[in-house]
Design a protein around this ligand. Structure first.
Ligand SMILES: *[C@@H]1O[C@H](CO)[C@@H](O)[C@H](O)[C@H]1NC(C)=O
Ligand SMILES: *[C@@H]1O[C@H](CO)[C@@H](O)[C@H](O)[C@H]1NC(C)=O
Ligand SMILES: *[C@@H]1O[C@H](CO)[C@@H](O)[C@H](O)[C@H]1NC(C)=O
Ligand SMILES: *[C@@H]1O[C@H](CO)[C@@H](O)[C@H](O)[C@H]1NC(C)=O
Ligand SMILES: *[C@@H]1O[C@H](CO)[C@@H](O)[C@H](O)[C@H]1NC(C)=O
Ligand SMILES: *[C@@H]1O[C@H](CO)[C@@H](O)[C@H](O)[C@H]1NC(C)=O
Length: 381
């Protein structure tokens, strides 16, 4: 019995030593380079499920990490999300002095991983985390510490960190919305140009046990939760309980339309061929509740799967190619409203079944539609 116990302890001991000292699963050594126009133009993880390198965005390239898939990859991290796209001919160089730098085709050099220490080895891990190690295998930089629009299992959004939605699937630059892990312990979504002010929040975790220094986390079984400084969960946004399986990957993405969604990817031979939505902050039929989904002077309408922005009567799109930017007046305003004693030339249109943001308008306490119209037309301001 004693011998058995001894052997077991020895085994455990050996196991823990191997684990602590085990080198990364894939080694990217100094001197390695990626080019936009070479194949492959990425460094894969051992499983092949994730890759770090150049991906097409807009009319050029950006640097990031993606979940390999067929027919398309899913971008899960972007370096310098809002920088202009790179022209072909750019290179990513893991230099012999231990720095990871981007060299544009016009000769500009930009750091991809800012660290004080020299990196010895880089690795694209199976978790989707791209890391740099120093010579004693200590991680000195990790992409997981700089979330863009997605959290993967084991990654977190810490206090004051913000996730930005992308413009579109094809252009990953910063789009119309931001999601902030606030100091008050709540996770709140806002239109991109608004202040971090309660009036503009269109979705909130409404954490009843809000604490300072909270973070948003994704657990291995897909549970999304807010945790406190000690890592204890203070609020579960989802229950989790989905399979923990190397072939089932989860991600939480702050999507183009300003909604945070939990996805499950079933990984096959060609990567992910299928993904399904397990949870969302706002239901599909309520997508018009996202503030800023349509621009000024326009109305959001939803028709089954399609959401569209339409102009108020008397307004036209600022840019008909981009209906979500907003609308502008399509006639000239009478210059001398006061001299003309009101806006007699104008017409009031009823807009049935339309919800207005109350804070943006005056509410007239009048009983009849007629009296209300009259007040409106006489208001020269
Ligand atoms: C990574 O590098 C270390 C140290 O050079 C080496 O021991 C290990 O075998 C390498 N691992 C792989 C997967 O190449
Ligand atoms: C992103 O870049 C665009 C275009 O350069 C700029 O208008 C916008 O303000 C930037 N957004 C942020 C959040 O920096
Ligand atoms: C904030 O929380 C993190 C864990 O999420 C912890 O590591 C860190 O020490 C905390 N910071 C403070 C100032 O309490
Ligand atoms: C969240 O769920 C986990 C797992 O079910 C549970 O252990 C934890 O207590 C829950 N946290 C809260 C605040 O309910
Ligand atoms: C894709 O998902 C659907 C529904 O979730 C499922 O019926 C189908 O078998 C999946 N296909 C693959 C290739 O996994
Ligand atoms: C202005 O908009 C109205 C209503 O949308 C439309 O009937 C009218 O033709 C437009 N006028 C001009 C000058 O585009």
């Amino acid at each position: 019995m004693a011998l058995k116990l001894y052997l077991l302890l020895l085994f455990l001991h050996l196991f823990s030593i191997t684990k602590a000292q085990s080198p990364p699963q894939s080694n990217i050594t100094t001197g390695s380079t990626l080019y936009t126009n070479s194949t492959p133009n990425f460094w894969p993880s051992p499983s092949g499920y994730f890759a770090f390198g150049f991906y097409p965005s807009g009319n050029g390239f950006k640097v990031g990490i993606w979940l390999v898939g067929s027919p398309k990859n899913t971008i899960v991290w972007m370096s310098h999300q809002n920088d202009t796209v790179l022209s072909p001919g750019a290179a990513l160089l893991f230099s012999t002095d231990g720095r990871l730098r981007l060299h544009s085709s016009t000769g500009q050099v930009e750091s991809i991983a800012r660290t004080n220490q020299k990196a010895s080895v880089a690795s694209m891990l199976d978790s989707g985390n791209f890391v740099l190690y120093d010579s004693s295998w200590k991680i000195i930089w990790a992409s997981f510490d700089y979330p863009s629009n997605t959290l993967l299992v084991g990654q977190k959004l810490g206090q004051d960190q913000i996730m930005y939605s992308s413009i579109s699937e094809a252009d990953t630059s910063i789009g119309s919305f931001k999601l902030c892990m606030q100091r008050d312990g709540n996770l709140n979504a806002y239109p991109i140009r608004s202040f971090f002010d309660g009036r503009y929040v269109y979705w909130s975790s409404n954490n009843p046990h809000a604490e300072r220094n909270s973070s948003l986390n994704l657990a291995a079984d897909s549970r999304i939760y807010l945790s406190n400084s000690f890592g204890l969960s203070v609020m579960n946004l989802t229950e989790g309980g989905y399979p923990i399986d190397v072939k089932a990957l989860y991600r939480v993405t702050f999507d183009v339309d300003g909604i945070l969604r939990l996805y499950q990817h079933q990984m096959g031979l060609k990567g992910s061929s299928n993904s399904s939505i397990l949870w969302t902050t706002i239901h599909e039929e309520d997508r018009c509740k996202v503030k800023g989904i349509c621009g000024p002077n326009s109305i959001c309408t939803i028709n089954d799967a399609d959401i569209s922005c339409i102009c108020l009567p008397g307004f036209d799109f600022v840019d008909s190619e981009n209906p979500n930017i907003g609308c502008k007046l399509n006639f000239t305003i009478i210059e001398d409203c006061f001299g003309n004693k009101g806006n007699a030339d104008y017409t009031i249109f009823p807009l049935p079944n339309t919800l207005f943001e109350p804070s943006e308008y005056d509410i007239l306490l009048k009983s009849s539609e007629e009296a209300c119209s009259k007040d409106c037309l006489e208001d020269c301001n």
